[in-house]
Design a protein around this ligand. Structure first.
Ligand code: UDX
Length: 506
């Protein structure tokens, strides 16, 4: 791999830390700065504050030589050729992104500029942030020829962040000058030339030296919009399939067949069509709100995103109602809640639909025994353990004497439960699966009542869902009446009911 570049990253959260480890992995020297002294100390001593596959290995590999941690922004920034801003952009009260951290960091960086630097936005920010950063740096007395501001959005998913970084679908570089573009190109050259994938210790993933990631060079504004629009589009896809799932439930069709049928159309694609309990996490809810706010500011009507948010909120309520109707009431019922993080593969509980549903069950008097392979410690800071809420060390302990097991996120472990063993420990064999981890006939044949999302309820069990303006509530144990198809099936169109438990990785 060619030139080593001195990179400086401000912020050691998910994006900053993963970027630091991965830039070091592809040969650069990285200084990662954070104003949280305790975190810096922990990282120096070999600790890793987040649960992320390959991250501990990469940090161990490079800590001694290529990655350093500091809380001293100014002195470290002096030697850097590129300074990446990867600080938080939380949601403000109006829904817009709160850019006060970016603002503060830009002023501080300005004070350390002595020779040419590229300042790169890595945080998800609204369009025009780039220009604001440029203004802030200029106001602090830095002449225009000593810096450029560029945008290099990151598309990593928690849980697979390292692989996403090193094997990206695309690398988006938003730059206004050729010299800024040249620095960014040089940084990613080990990936774009394919050289990294030939290295012995390379982290495995879909990219190879024959199929390196493409680079898209754009203006900074386009790069900023690409990030917001991508996240908003993915959230829209999820809300869309969730509504389709609700229609499937009403007519007795299987949403997974529908999603597969849609996804085989190459214009739609199979990913992000898993129906569930709604999206969560630190990005989608915040970015949909922020993008909607950007549209508002530009006087553009983007009511579609409001609907996306509304559907997402409704999906959680609807699932909760499903659990309730399987149990009749919550008071005094023992529920095994499998999953606390916003999805499997992470310990992140920010905007977790799983946690929200646990809270709803607790409010109605349920006794919750929760298990998550990684997120229990964080969850217990939000919902402390007590007589009503207990955190368990394994799913079978959580299910002991339970009136129902409720699956709330998609850890692989939950898709591979020893169902006969689970059944033996439970009081009633009811599984309410918010992530469609099982082919319904599997638990059904073992004698479970199995309720999932957008698929006919197994065991003749129908789930009641309250409808606005209607008092219609079907009791849970009532058999679903046969619903005749309203449209004649297409002749010669074969359908196949799959037995796949999971349609796609997280
Ligand atoms: C997301 C984007 O995918 C990533 O590109 C961006 O950089 C950050 O935000 P992340 O928040 O880690 O990543 O999670 P992701 O895997 O995208 O899932 C987001 C939420 O959507 C989760 O709650 C997940 O369970 C849910 N989801 C995802 C579905 O309900 N159905 C799907 O088909 C996919």
């Amino acid at each position: 791999m060619k030139d080593q570049i001195q990179i400086y990253i401000v912020g050691s959260g998910y994006v900053g830390l993963v970027a630091a480890a991965c830039f070091a992995e592809i040969g650069h020297r990285v200084v990662c700065v954070d104003n949280d002294e305790a975190k810096v100390q922990m990282l120096r001593e070999g600790g890793v504050p987040i649960h992320e596959e390959y991250l501990p290995e990469l940090l161990n590999r490079h800590r001694a030589n290529r990655v350093e941690f500091t809380s001293d922004l100014k002195s470290a920034a002096r030697a850097a050729q590129a300074i990446f801003i990867a600080v938080g952009t939380p949601q403000s009260e109006t829904g817009s992104a709160d850019l006060s951290y970016v603002d503060a960091v830009a002023s501080e960086i300005a004070r350390s500029i002595g020779d040419y630097k590229v300042i790169v936005e890595k945080s998800t920010v609204p369009v025009y942030t780039n220009e604001w950063i440029r203004k802030v740096v200029e106001r602090n007395g830095v002449p225009q020829d000593l810096f450029d501001v560029a945008s290099n959005p990151e598309f990593l998913r928690e849980g697979t962040a390292v692989v996403d970084f090193l094997h990206p679908d695309r690398i988006v570089l938003g730059a206004q000058t050729e010299r800024a573009a040249a620095v960014l190109r040089a940084i990613y050259e080990p990936l774009t030339s394919g050289a990294y994938y030939r290295v012995d210790h390379a982290v495995p993933g879909p990219r190879t030296s024959d199929d390196p990631p493409p680079v898209l060079l754009t203006t900074t504004k386009a790069a900023e919009i690409i990030k917001h629009a991508s996240n908003a589009f993915l959230a829209t896809k999820i809300s869309f399939i969730n509504v389709v799932a609700n229609i499937c439930e009403e007519v007795g069709a299987d949403v997974q067949d529908v999603a597969r049928g849609m996804g085989l159309d190459s214009r739609i694609g199979p990913k992000f069509l898993r129906a569930g309990i709604g999206y969560g996490g630190s990005c989608f809810p915040k970015d949909v709100a922020a993008f909607r706010h950007v549209a508002e500011q530009m006087n553009v009507d983007f009511g579609l995103l409001e609907e996306v948010e509304k559907i997402n909120a409704e999906q959680k309520r609807r699932f909760f109602q499903k659990v309730r109707s399987a149990l009749w009431t919550f008071r005094g019922k023992k529920i095994a809640a499998l999953g606390l993080a916003f999805k499997g593969g992470t310990d992140d509980i920010r905007e977790s639909p799983a946690l929200e549903i646990v809270e709803m069950m607790l409010r109605e008097g349920a006794l919750v025994r929760a298990y998550d392979p990684a997120a229990a410690a964080r969850a217990s800071e939000m919902i402390p353990a007590g007589p009503q809420m207990r955190y368990m060390d394994d799913p079978y302990e959580a299910a002991r004497d339970a009136d129902a097991v409720v699956i709330l996120n998609d850890w692989q472990e939950f898709a591979e439960l020893d169902l006969p063993r689970l059944k033996k420990t439970m009081h009633f064999p009811i599984i309410v699966d918010g992530r469609n981890l099982y082919a319904p006939q599997v638990p059904l044949e073992l004698g479970f009542t199995y309720i999932s999302i957008g698929r006919p309820a197994a065991h003749g069990l129908t789930v009641s869902v309250e409808r606005a303006g209607s008092d219609l509530r079907r009791p849970a144990m009532q058999a679903r009446a046969f619903v005749p198809p309203r449209i004649a099936p297409l002749v010669g169109c074969e359908t196949q009911t799959g037995t796949l438990a999971r349609s796609e990785g997280a």
